[in-house]
Design a protein around this ligand. Structure first.
Ligand SMILES: Nc1ncnc2c1ncn2[C@@H]1O[C@H](COP(=O)(O)OP(=O)(O)OP(=O)(O)O)[C@@H](O)[C@H]1O
Ligand SMILES: [Mg+2]
Length: 166
């Protein structure tokens, strides 16, 4: 691929996918799994029931994790070790104040070698580093649509890989 010479988005990559059914979400999850690298920060954005946890579960399944994948709604974090990667799944929906993120001591997970996948990142917004990848999910009739946005060099690489696989 030849990058555009002086475009304003040289370090960004964005594309949209239609996910007509849960199987399509699972395929995107598998593509996400295939694009993971240590230290990536991934935001999953979208309304209740948009498919953020389903997508994460599908990614973990694709990484050969066969145990139960629960929503971290109450625990805030669910940790996994898969394919020699530490993966942390967060859900900040229940925060009423972003400072609860600091009080919970969760900042120690960010900026390290672990992969962080965050549902409801806006609930901790001022404290979180900029993500490499954002996946925006929205309900579209009986199905879903996903917008995949890679930011910065690592995010760009990750988004491009997802686009290739998905
Ligand atoms: N592409 C799709 N088309 C239709 N239904 C889907 C699709 N993908 C997932 N679903 C269904 O939508 C629901 C998504 O629930 P899920 O818990 O993953 O949402 P969520 O975004 O994590 O919500 P919350 O914000 O409450 O954590 C599940 O019932 C799942 O079966
Ligand atoms: Mg969820």
């Amino acid at each position: 691929m030849i990058p555009e010479a002086h475009g304003p988005h040289d370090s960004d990559s964005a594309f949209e996918l239609t996910l007509p059914d849960e199987e399509a979400t699972a395929r995107l999850g598998a593509a996400l799994a295939g694009s993971l690298a240590p230290g990536l920060l991934i935001f999953l954005e979208g309304d209740l029931g948009a498919g953020k946890t389903s997508l994460t579960r599908a990614a973990l399944r694709a990484l050969n994790f066969h145990g139960s994948v629960k929503s971290p709604t109450y625990t805030l974090i669910e940790p996994y070790t898969v394919s020699r990667l530490d993966l942390y799944h967060f859900d900040f929906y229940r925060f009423t104040d972003p400072d609860e993120y600091l009080e919970a001591g969760l900042d120690e997970y960010f900026g390290g070698p672990g992969i962080c996948i965050v549902e409801w990142p806006d609930k901790a917004a001022p404290h979180l580093p900029a993500p490499d990848l954002r996946i925006l999910l929205r309900i579209d009739g009986a199905g879903r649509r996903a917008q995949v946005i890679g930011q910065g060099a690592r995010g760009l690489e990750c988004a491009n890989k997802i686009r290739e696989i998905a």
